[in-house]
Design a protein around this ligand. Structure first.
Ligand code: ADP
Ligand code: MG
Length: 446
């Protein structure tokens, strides 16, 4: 039986003008701006295409039509062969990570591949044909990321849709995922102000989605989906589970429960009712991970500590208890006031009652000053400077009293103290976290 192909454009009347990319840096070049002028007036995000608009379209008709329908996004349509070349045949040495969709490989593209294509490293995500995800998740990412542009969302450069193969090509994020930075075996400890910068950036990304005229619920907020640029600017990636928010008088979207154990809001788990406040709950979990350095679920811990939220919740509003659960790798080098504010915020985000959770705009407001708070203790080394008298004395004793050596050893490290309180000690190796000094020697690992 012949199957009638439905063209994507045929679904829309001839007066249809493709919608612009929506977001704060939607048009990035003058040419793009011109292009939009030629296409007509900028439409509001209410006209953003949604996944339901495309559900009737056969996947085989989508490849070219899809990109033509979201111009201004400048999505490039690549062939599988091209992406093989770009990633050295998806070589394992280029593997960046892997999630439910499939493996992600690093590659490099330039204008030899497509005229006008900026020379740049890219990340290519390849659908695992034996996995649980498929065309729908791929299409969801293309539709959302193809149209939404924001400083805190990863940029989609293009895609491939060939036979059953589905690939996505993103801008490459040099510091990989927050999950790797926080829990990776070879990663240096993230400094406090960087943690707050990441929380703030990710919160801005979510707030942008929730506040769009046609709101988006992200649904899979977690460390492995938060990617970090070279300066640790956080960007949300992986829109495979994103959903259009409720419309009109609806208070929620009813949907199959999807997401990741340990991050999913309890009411969504129980009822399947999805709202923007479900994302706020997941944000609270990630904020807790940043504070404590613990994973949302960790089966290797004693049973009462396995679920991070249950374990940490009772300690979040008590400053003394909070100090006990802060990430030991911070070595006390954090702003106490900042930690208390962040912990109180996490507590609210993790409220059982969705309505008591703050909006993401409120979250951004609370987080905004935290990366800059500088009441951070200083770790320092105490040098005991020997006087001539000491030396004479020492000379006489000549190697005796070995047992007291540790008292005047050159590298006796003291407990972190407030940086205004180094008094009479001779201080060396003072370490202070501040905005301009918070880039540690991260292990890239990619
Ligand atoms: N643009 C990118 N730059 C660098 N690493 C990336 C990029 N995209 C994904 N990764 C790595 O691949 C992992 C899986 O990517 P993700 O998009 O979350 O896939 P999935 O949809 O399968 O969960 C990420 O956690 C990250 O480590
Ligand atoms: Mg993912």
């Amino acid at each position: 039986m012949a199957v009638k192909k439905i063209s994507w454009r045929s679904m829309f009347p001839s007066c249809y003008r493709p919608p612009p990319v929506v977001g704060e840096d939607a048009a990035t070049t003058v040419e793009e701006e011109e292009k939009w002028k030629n296409h007509g007036t900028r439409r509001s995000s209410l006209h953003r295409l949604s996944i339901s608009d495309l559900s009737k379209v056969s996947s085989s008709t989508l490849s070219e039509d899809l990109s033509a329908s979201i111009p201004g996004s400048n999505l490039h349509v690549f062939t599988l062969q091209e992406l093989k070349v770009v990633t050295h045949n998806f070589s394992s040495s280029n593997l960046l990570g892997e999630g439910g969709f499939g493996p992600v490989h690093k590659g490099f593209v330039d204008d030899r591949l497509r005229p006008g294509l900026k020379p740049q490293p890219v990340a290519v995500k390849l659908l695992d044909l034996d996995g649980l995800q498929g065309h729908r998740e791929w299409l969801t990412e293309v539709i959302f990321l193809g149209q939404l542009r924001h400083r805190h969302l990863v940029k989609l450069i293009g895609y491939c849709c060939e036979d059953e193969h589905r690939l996505l090509v993103y801008e490459y994020m040099p510091r990989g995922s927050l999950e790797n930075q926080l829990f990776g075996r070879f990663s240096a400890a993230l400094p406090w102000s960087t943690r707050m910068k990441i929380a703030l950036g990710a919160a801005k990304g979510l707030a942008f989605l929730h506040e769009a005229e046609k709101p988006v619920i992200y649904r899979d907020f977690k460390g492995s989906n938060i990617l970090l640029d070279s300066d640790c600017t956080a960007k949300l990636s992986d829109f495979g589970l994103a959903k259009d928010g409720p419309e009109g008088d609806d208070t929620h979207v009813s949907t199959r429960v999807m997401g990741t154990q340990g991050y999913t809001a309890p009411e969504y788990l129980m009822t399947g009712h999805l709202t923007a406040r479900s994302d706020v709950y997941s944000f609270g979990v990630v904020l807790l991970e940043l504070l404590t350095g613990r994973k949302s679920m960790d089966k290797s811990r004693p049973s009462r500590e396995q679920n991070l939220v249950e374990w940490a919740r009772p300690m979040l509003n008590d400053p003394r208890k909070l100090a006990r659960i802060m990430h030991p790798r911070l070595e006390g080098q954090y702003s106490e006031a900042g930690a208390q504010r962040a912990a109180a915020l996490a507590y609210q985000c993790l409220s059982f009652r969705p309505k008591q959770r703050p909006t993401m705009c409120k979250v951004v407001e609370v987080l905004e000053p935290l990366p800059d708070l500088d009441d951070i203790p200083v770790a320092f080394f105490v040098y005991t400077v020997s006087t001539t008298k000491d030396l004479d004395h020492k000379g006489k004793e000549n190697n005796a009293k070995k047992e007291t050596d540790h008292h005047d050893s050159d590298h006796h490290r003291s407990r972190p103290r407030n940086r205004h309180d180094h008094g009479r000690h001779c201080v060396k190796g003072q370490r202070r976290q501040s905005k301009d000094r918070d880039s540690p020697g991260f292990h890239d690992g990619k």
